[in-house]
Design a protein around this ligand. Structure first.
Ligand code: HAM
Length: 422
């Protein structure tokens, strides 16, 4: 197929006949977030490359291998956002939201870009719904954020999704842990990939989420960070667990979760499914107490999560989940003859002003062909309008589902239609 009619590898169109599913999911996630006090933030699709290097981290797969980075015409290094947290954190600082009442709670629905190998549930352009809570240090906040995730999945009636949590500690416990990891990986360094050999010196924790199968096999036996937590981090994690239990949220502790991004501290978590193949993590997040400081702000304990919209839809489609039916157009006016075409345009205008959706023929086709079209696209009602109807100020409205018919005055078509549909 010619390139101009082929979407770029790893990208996908969302087509009109499927869009209601996406809109439903987007409505639910935004509404649940609103109930928890989150307000929407919209940030640019691209940022200075350095922002992601500093926040996501220079030794992560995302920064080292997956970013869409280019120089713009002003010779600035620009990157399409691979995730939403960095941009939200930058906006928090740049717009001095840090001086407003804390915590600041923001949520977003955005496209993200990662140059990964496309497969089911993994795209190069994908969409995230995310929440970020800036300036909240209590373990209650961790439980609250996780509760929002759980509420979303409950509202969408998702089955078989497991919540796994872990703590990866703070820089204090991390240094001890790094020493243990270095010792472990040094003994097995012949098997590590080139990138991980570099990570061994700079950030050995990143070897734990390398996508190379050989590195993953070696990493499987590595020491786990939970065994190295300092007193404060242990206590924090203990409280998160207590608060989750008190709210009736089921979870498992998975000491292997380290997440693929450098900014995390303390609590990390994932909602995972085993019914959508290898890319089973639908939602991931955690605390990032050091990020705002790393970007030049004051110490601001923060946390959040993001869920992949495509993965969520894949899961819902696989599970045969409930979606509300696609909304049909209320009325299709079938025009018979030239006079009637203009009349249909006028009536359609009145119908729309009255709040109904109404369309009519735009190709001067025969009434039969118009009816066929109305059938194909699926409309709730039709009405034939020709010279006779205009002369008698009367039309018959037909319910396309049950076949019932109703009389209407052309001079008060929208009013009559309103009475039928109440
Ligand atoms: P993440 O785990 O990298 O975390 O991504 C979050 C979610 O985005 C994943 O669980 C997955 O559902 C989806 N996702 C990631 N990559 C792809 C892909 N290539 N194709 C399809 N879906 C994908 C973050 O991005 C963090 N910013 C989350 C966060 C917010 N942590 C704190 N606040």
């Amino acid at each position: 197929m010619a390139l101009i009619t082929k979407a770029v590898k790893g990208t996908k169109d969302a087509l009109p006949k499927e869009i209601y599913k996406l809109q439903y999911v987007e409505r639910i996630v935004m509404n649940e977030a609103r109930k928890f006090g989150f307000k929407e933030i919209r940030t640019p699709v691209f940022e200075h490359t350095e922002l992601f290097e500093r926040s996501v981290g220079g030794t992560t797969d995302v920064v080292q291998k997956e970013m869409y980075t280019f120089d713009d015409k002003g010779a600035r290094s620009i990157t399409l956002r691979p995730e939403g947290t960095a941009g939200a954190a930058r906006a928090f600082l740049e717009n001095a939201l840090s001086n407003e009442a804390l915590p600041q709670k923001v949520c977003y629905l955005t496209s993200c870009y990662r140059y990964e190998k496309p497969q089911a549930g993994r795209l190069r352009e994908f969409h995230q719904f995310g929440v970020e809570c800036f300036g909240a240090q209590s373990p209650l906040a961790d439980a609250e954020i996780i509760a929002l995730g759980a509420d979303i999945f409950e509202k969408l009636q998702i089955k078989d999704l497991k919540l796994e949590i872990n703590s990866i500690g703070c820089p204090t416990c991390r240094s001890e842990y790094h020493r243990a990891l270095k010792e472990y990986f040094n003994a097995k360094k012949d098997g590590l990939c080139e990138t991980c050999l570099g990570r061994l010196e700079t950030n050995p924790m990143r070897i734990l989420d390398c996508k190379s199968p050989v590195c993953a096999e070696i990493a499987a036996g590595a020491p786990v960070v939970l065994d190295y937590l300092c007193g404060e981090c242990s206590e924090h994690f203990e409280k998160v667990r207590q608060y989750l239990t008190a709210q009736g949220i089921d979870f498992e502790i998975n000491p292997k979760i380290v997440r693929g991004l450098d900014y995390y501290t303390k609590t990390v978590f994932e909602f995972v499914s085993d019914s959508i193949g290898a890319q089973g993590t639908v939602c991931g997040g955690g605390r990032y107490d050091g990020l705002i400081e790393e970007l030049g702000g004051r110490h601001t304990p923060s946390l959040g999560f993001a869920l992949g919209i495509e993965r969520l839809l894949l899961l819902m489609n696989n599970q045969g989940s409930y979606f509300p039916a696609d909304e049909k157009t209320d009325m299709f006016l079938i025009a018979v003859g030239e006079n009637a075409q203009l009349k249909c345009a006028q009536i359609a205008g009145e119908m729309r002003r009255a709040g109904f959706s109404c369309i009519y023929e735009l190709n001067s086709r025969s009434p039969r062909a118009q009816m066929k079209y109305a059938d194909k696209i699926g409309v709730r009602f039709t009405a034939v309008i020709g010279d006779e109807e205009i002369g008698q100020n009367h039309a018959v409205i037909k319910d396309m589902q049950g076949g019932r018919q109703y009389d209407a005055k052309l001079s008060d078509f929208a009013g009559c239609f309103g009475k039928i549909t109440v």
